[in-house]
Each structure stands twice: as structure tokens, then as C-alpha cells.
Write a protein that binds this ligand. Structure first.
Ligand SMILES: NC(=O)c1ccc[n+]([C@@H]2O[C@H](COP(=O)([O-])OP(=O)(O)OC[C@H]3O[C@@H](n4cnc5c(N)ncnc54)[C@H](O)[C@@H]3O)[C@@H](O)[C@H]2O)c1
Length: 227
């Protein structure tokens, strides 16, 4: 059974729980644990009507801690010295980011070869299933509980956790193809920083494409730089 197979049953439970939270604790901050997590978080947000800052799911803390543990185990070091970030959905689509993993401040890639890192990334993605296979019935409970407590404490004590995650250069972790397609589309539509700067410079009040950007240069017969 995958996490997605739980959808119908757990949606019913989330509906009951969301109604209870809304009625009895309208100012609550909600940390959702039920799977499939991403869908359940969305359902909880919609059902409670709470702002997005007050509804989030427990995934990245656990997924990152699993990645950290496997790295620590492979290197024979304390898990407390390993820092790691795992992004993406809570499931097979999660994305461990070895680039942002360090051990005692040393980048992981200086300590481990790519094949071992790939193996650890894959094991992290499958770790939930690994626990289910060991338990036979039921899923992991100690690690999600620990992760949930960590998140609850961060909220309760306003610990400003996750600052490093917020500081991540998100554009750089987007697939390269997407960035290139977006840049090409922006150029074609005369959008983006450079065309906007040219549009500001012209000040002629003419429609942007007639006087600015690549179209303007083409009309003026100027040589075009490669896109
Ligand atoms: N986000 C994560 O990292 C993560 C990790 C592990 C498990 N999970 C998910 O957490 C959920 C629970 O997993 P589990 O292994 O603890 O299951 P479980 O069956 O051991 O526990 C579920 C509990 O929910 C209670 N329950 C059922 N219907 C309810 C309702 N309408 N209102 C209130 N309580 C109700 C049951 O009595 C039971 O105590 C599952 O959806 C599982 O996939 C998430």
C-alpha cells in the first residue's frame, strides 16, 4: 500500500478533525501528519479556512533526519554533526539535496563518492516503506512523533527554525530545463529584467515592442546579440 492509497479514508478523518479544530481552537497552528501528506495539508487548510502560515505538514524534518542518519551511519560520525536538507513531496518524489549537506561544516561531496550519496538518497526516499516492511502492520511512529515535537516546539517557542531552508537559493534547485524555458518565454514576450530595463530607458510611450528590446532593435536594423 502506498501513501496515496490512504487518501479516501484519511480524508474522511481529516474532515472530522478539521471541523473539531475550527470549532474548539480557531487560533490553532496545525501540523498535519496523516498521509498522503501534501493532499491532507491542503485539505486541512481548505476545511479550516486557516491562513497558510498556520497549516503545515510534518515531512521535511523527518525526511532530512533520515538522510542525516544514513550519512552519519556511513561515515561513522554523530548524526548531530550532520546537516542536511530534503525538499519536495513526502514520498517517492522527495528530493534530498546532497549539495546542501555538510558534516561538521565539511561539504558531503568531499567525504563521500557520488555512488554512495545516490544510494543514501534512494534509501531516504524509500525509508517509510522500509519501516512498514519491518513492522508488517502500521507505519513509523517514533520518528514522526519526534519530528512533530520538534516542529511544535519551534512554533510554541518561536525558535525561528528553518531559516537556512528559507535562505536557500530556490531558483538554483529548479530543474535547469524549466529555467531555460522560462527565460526563453520571457525573452519572446519581451519580459524579464533586461527588456524591462530597455522599456524604461526608451520613455517614448510607444508600445514596448515597437521601440524596445529585441523587436525594437530588429526594427531599427541593429545587430542582435545571441539570445
Ligand atoms: N508524515 C509522516 O512522516 C508520517 C509518518 C508515519 C505515518 N504517517 C501517517 O500518520 C497516520 C497515522 O499512522 P499510524 O501508523 O499512527 O496509524 P494508526 O492506525 O496506528 O493510528 C491511527 C490513529 O488514528 C485514530 N483515528 C482513527 N479515526 C479517527 C478519527 N476520525 N478521529 C480521530 N482519531 C482517529 C485511531 O484510533 C488510531 O489511534 C497515517 O496516515 C500514516 O500514513 C505519517
Amino acid at each position: 500500500m502506498s501513501r496515496d492509497d490512504l487518501l479516501t479514508v484519511n480524508l474522511g478523518i481529516i474532515k472530522t478533525v478539521a471541523a473539531g479544530i475550527k470549532q474548539h481552537s480557531p487560533n490553532a497552528v496545525v501540523i498535519v501528519v496523516s498521509n498522503p501528506l501534501d493532499v491532507m495539508v491542503l485539505a486541512m487548510k481548505q476545511l479550516t479556512g486557516f491562513p497558510k502560515e498556520r497549516v503545515f505538514g510534518q515531512a521535511g524534518v523527518l525526511d532530512s533526519s533520515r538522510f542525516r542518519f544514513f550519512v552519519a551511519q556511513a561515515l561513522g560520525v554523530s548524526v548531530r554533526d550532520v546537516h542536511a536538507v530534503v525538499l519536495g513531496g513526502h514520498g517517492d518524489t522527495m528530493v534530498p539535496l546532497p549539495r546542501y549537506c555538510s558534516v561538521g561544516g565539511v561539504p558531503l561531496r568531499k567525504l563521500m563518492d557520488d555512488a554512495t550519496i545516490a544510494k543514501i538518497s534512494k534509501r531516504t526516499q524509500d525509508a517509510g516503506g522500509e519501516v512498514v516492511a519491518l513492522l508488517k502492520t502500521g507505519s513509523a511512529f517514533v520518528s514522526p512523533a519526534e519530528a512533530s515535537i520538534e516542529m511544535a516546539e519551534a512554533v510554541l517557542f518561536d525558535q525561528k527554525r528553518g531559516a537556512a531552508r528559507r535562505g536557500l537559493p530556490v531558483r538554483r534547485v529548479r530543474p535547469q530545463g524549466l529555467l531555460l524555458r522560462r527565460a526563453r518565454r520571457d525573452r519572446q514576450q519581451g519580459r524579464g529584467a533586461r527588456p524591462r530595463a530597455r522599456a524604461r530607458q526608451c520613455g517614448a510611450g510607444a508600445p514596448r515592442h515597437e521601440c524596445c528590446g529585441r523587436e525594437g532593435a530588429r526594427r531599427r536594423g541593429e545587430a542582435l546579440s545571441p539570445p
